[in-house]
Design a protein around this ligand. Structure first.
Ligand SMILES: Cc1cc2nc3c(=O)[nH]c(=O)nc-3n(C[C@H](O)[C@H](O)[C@H](O)COP(=O)(O)OP(=O)(O)OC[C@H]3O[C@@H](n4cnc5c(N)ncnc54)[C@H](O)[C@@H]3O)c2cc1C
Length: 455
């Protein structure tokens, strides 16, 4: 048995583990276990400036390199869809920020152990014993920040059936012959489910996107949103097909790949954050990160709040499931934004191709940027509320309740200030007044009480 007893043992040295660990280490003893080297993830993250400002303020932008992407406006009705995106989105050098946090934790007298694989844990009345490849450690609380494939979560009967997964496969590469018409800062998303394509995202149809990094290199990837994670080989094969043979990707046909980027991350449909006695879940493992835009963004938005909640639990000794849940819930605002984006997720994943096209058209006509935000799950509450009357004009309540869980539709209507009874009555009337209903129920008199009873 290792002699040291820590307040908190964190499994995972990714964005969630290190950000929360850096906050906690200012007030208590923390141990971070990382199976690789902490903070060396090579994922690409785009994080909104306001979030980044909040995070970087304490060290005066010292460790963070940022640049703004140049943007494009809509390109008519072309198949290739260039959207104005990430208008003022900075690109954050992930490693520098994460490495900074590793330093903070160590400078605060806490520990980060590299090459240390979590194996198992047991909880008891006074704490938790964690077994790892480098020995056994004791803490008062365990935080699982080990990502989408958490083995800790598998120990518990946590229902993941409502989760959606983004399966992502992409590459950074050089274009030996230059980049054709494209220019630095170009960003585009290309939808295969558009037009006559019979598939939809629900079937795992890909969305392809790219960003031009400089005159000779690009970052491109495909994303699938679906119920099941798509296996790596399938993603790779589809990426290769798109990148090497599609007309719309002709600039990429001679791409010289320098590194691949791939992975899965959850777009959770959990309405609550999850916890167990003496175990808290953070980041992708808790699946409470990604419904609100990209995961890293949400982690950065919430890590201080989460850490504050954990400190309260430690101070009060409320380390049971309920105590942890109470203290570490999202800020109300963020929770609401999550709800909005879970609705968007449901739409992307559950709507048929035709419905999705109607949805997209609706947003495009009003504002293409809004459409882009739907896809990147960045629609704000105010924006969705602004669109609500148009959505209700286009979609019947019956349709909406099939695509989005009924409770989501209800919340949406309530928040929009609608009277649910009136809306239901209207949609029932519309049902009976529709052509098909008239044909089938010729002579139906909605106001005839006898007829209603017969029904
Ligand atoms: C290709 C791709 C592109 C993305 N782009 C964006 C983007 O643009 N913007 C954005 O905000 N988000 C983006 N995301 C999502 C974002 O990367 C994740 O939501 C985020 O990394 C989750 O952080 P995390 O700390 O919870 O988990 P992870 O980043 O997965 O970190 C978990 C850590 O735990 C370690 N670990 C796992 N198991 C064990 C174990 N048994 N023992 C010890 N250590 C263990 C892992 O080695 C890893 O270091 C992208 C994801 C992918 C895959």
């Amino acid at each position: 048995m290792h002699e040291d007893v820590f307040d908190v043992v964190i499994v995972g040295g990714g964005p969630a583990g290190l950000s929360i660990g850096s906050e906690l280490s200012a007030r208590c003893r923390v141990l971070v276990l990382e199976k690789g080297i902490a903070g060396t993830t090579d994922r690409f993250w785009f994080v909104p400036p306001e979030v980044l400002d909040e995070v970087t303020r304490p060290f005066s932008y010292g460790g963070v390199t940022r640049f703004l992407t140049r943007t494009y406006s809509m390109n008519g009705d072309d198949l290739a869809w260039k959207a104005k995106l990430y208008d003022s989105y900075p690109y954050i050098k992930d490693r520098e920020l994460l490495t900074h946090w590793v330093g903070v934790i160590r400078n605060n007298g806490s520990n980060v152990l590299d090459n240390c694989l979590y194996l198992d844990h047991e909880t008891d009345d006074s704490g938790v014993t964690v077994t790892s490849s480098l020995g056994t450690f004791r803490g008062r609380l365990l935080i699982d920040a080990s990502g989408y494939n958490s083995s800790i979560i598998k120990k518990y009967a946590i229902d993941q059936s409502e989760f959606y997964w983004w399966s992502v496969y992409g590459a950074v590469g050089e274009h030996p012959d230059g980049i054709g018409d494209m220019q630095v800062g170009d960003y585009m998303m290309w939808q295969t489910f558009k037009d006559a394509d019979p598939g939809s995202l629900a079937d795992g149809k890909p969305v392809f996107e790219y960003e031009i990094l400089d005159e000779k290199s690009s970052y491109s990837l495909i994303l699938y949103l679906c119920k099941e994670k798509i296996d790596l080989e399938t993603m790779k094969a589809e990426y290769t097909r798109i990148i090497s043979s599609e007309e719309t990707t002709k600039e990429f046909h001679n791409l010289k790949v320098s590194s691949f980027r791939y992975g899965w991350y959850p777009s959770g449909a959990l309405s609550q954050q999850i916890a167990e006695d003496r175990v808290a879940f953070a980041g992708d493992s808790g699946c409470w990160t990604t419904p609100c835009g990209w995961g890293m963004t949400f982690i950065l938005n919430n890590y201080r709040h989460f850490a504050k909640g954990i400190l309260t639990c430690l101070a009060n000794g409320t380390l049971d499931k309920q105590g942890i849940l109470r203290a570490s819930l999202y800020r109300t605002h963020d929770k609401y934004e999550i709800m909005m984006n879970v609705i968007a997720t449901h739409f992307l994943a559950n709507a048929t191709t035709v419905e999705l096209d109607r949805f997209i058209k609706l947003f495009r006509i009003i504002d293409p940027i809004l459409c882009e935000k739907v896809f990147t799950l960045k629609l704000s509450k105010a924006e969705l509320m602004g669109m609500l009357p148009v959505i209700l004009e286009e979609f019947s309540i019956t349709e909406l309740c099939r695509i989005i869980p009924a409770v989501g539709v209800k919340n949406l209507l309530l928040e929009g200030g609608y009277c649910i009874e009136d809306i239901l009555l209207d949609s029932i009337k519309a049902l009976f007044n529709s052509d098909s209903a008239t044909e089938e129920d010729d002579g139906f008199d909605f106001d005839d009480p006898k007829r209603v009873l017969n029904v």
